[in-house]
Write a protein that binds this ligand. Sequence first.
Ligand code: ADP
Ligand code: ASP
Ligand code: MG
Length: 597
Amino acid sequence: MSVIVQKFGGTSVANAEKLRQAALRAISAKRQGHQVVVVVSARGHKTDELIELAGEITSRPRPREMDMLLSTGEQESVALMAMAVHELGEEAISLTGAQIGVLTDTTHTKARIVSISTERMKKLLDAGNIVIAAGFQGVDSDFNITTLGRGGSDTTATALAAAMNAELCEIYTDVEGVFTTDPRVVPTARKIERISYDEMLEMASLGAGVMHSRSIEFAKKYRVHLRVRPSFSDGPGTLIAPEPDETLSIVTGVAFVRNEALVSLIGLPDQPGVMSHLFSALSFARIPVDMVVQNVAREGFANVSFTVAEDDLQGALAVAGSAVEKLGAQQVTHSTGLSKVSVVGHGMLTHTGVAARMFQVLAEKRINIRVVTTSEIKISVLIERAHCNDAVNAVHEGFELHKETKSAPVIGCASNGLAHRNEHGNHGLAEDIASQLSGMESIVVSDIYADSDQSRITISNLPDDPGIAESVFTAVAEGGVLVDMIVQNAARDGKATISFTVPAADVDRSMLLLREVLETHSAAILSHDRHIGKLSVVGIGLRSHTDVGARVFRALADTKINVQMINTSEIKLSIVIAVSECETALRILRSEFGLPE
Ligand code: ADP
Ligand code: ASP
Ligand code: MG
């Protein structure tokens, strides 16, 4: 018999009536002949209330006790939901994370699932029960209760769907589905019919709170059929599917993280091992690095900047402080009050000018861009927090996401870059890779490849003003050049540096176009490296699993390979190195991650 997993979020089980409505959905699926597993979150704002309560007692609650406390929210919900089902005349049984057999690692408040035992659930389902499972929680090998991180019930749901080989996993929530951006911030946001795993992974990890990003990792790894649906109506919601919707516009959505902090390490020695040390230390502290920017070294010194969630700032500063001592850097600086706004979409693989368009929209609003990073299907900018809502609205409108029509409001003509970029496409992992996983949430690096057909262009000494990035990328886009990695660092002394890569065949044309634009900025210094090596590490959950970056940079440092540029995302880690070191780097990295030569 087919299994269906239905997950109900906090607002969808907030009171008795909503619990009854949710119970009715589960019963209806059962009566249609399915075996039904229901995953529930804590009711309403219960988790926030519990956090607040703990805060009234101590400003530093121990993570173990926090997990013990927060897990009670879900425990309450499962019991009430089981009662609601009983009352409506069906059999149901509630289970905690431990009772389901959700085994996690020991990282309290951010635990990862190691395995799920299905035996008990299967027996209960076969006996005719609806199984009501507590989301968000598990148990470690010492029987300590753990939680999976805020929003983690989505992850419980997709993990159970994967473990039970469910036909479908439905995520019931308080919106019609996944929207082009948060409808609370942009009232004209539209519901998306269908979005690919990769786009949803990027959207979720870049701040679209509608889904926990780790839940999409499971969905992609185990090919879970996932649908985000409204609990308040019968709307079909949004299908999260392996392939993108080709009929969509170039940009699929806009995501944002309101509370970001920027940390800069100034005056680092420009030598192999710097990134390795930093990434290992941050990984050890379990702090996911968000945007990472290393500028091209001058006079033997490099600056590295990275952003972290503002909550992680103290931890990141502690790590940066000891890194400075160890590496002999000059100083650490940081700033807060920042937000990150990102556009996501598969169309970027084939269309020039997406970055230019985004920068143009922000320039029109006089919003200054502090940092830029990109990856294959996303562009992220760091801006002042006061401008966050304005920026999200402007970018959403700039890409015409509020419209039904599928026009392409970007600059320049469509290029034929698809073959080049997608040659090693990352359309999910083969089943055999998924079945090799030792821990269900272990990271999977599915491929590593090198591209020595790219050039790097760097413009330094640029004024730190709105509109600079726009003029640079508009010029290049109008020339039909497909820009790949873009890195703009945090300005120092009012001067910014932008580096990006272009196909080697386009570098001369790009330089000509840029010289023309830069005539008005006589102090700007334009340089290029005709042949660079670009390494791409492809997989799932590469950013949130902090140890992937650490392993990559350690392997490169051990081989004395210097890193020039980095871009991180959930599905790809891109690194620029000297072209002469490309082959060696590829070999050692493939062997590090157990990939065949
Ligand atoms: P639940 O309690 O059901 O898990 P959440 O509050 O976690 O619900 O997620 C739903 C909320 O996510 C919506 O109310 C909406 O404000 C927010 N959200 C953020 N980005 C998006 C988006 N792109 N599409 C839809 N909702 C979004
Ligand atoms: N109750 C938890 C939270 O509020 C988990 C969840 O809702 O998914 O974060
Ligand atoms: Mg949620």
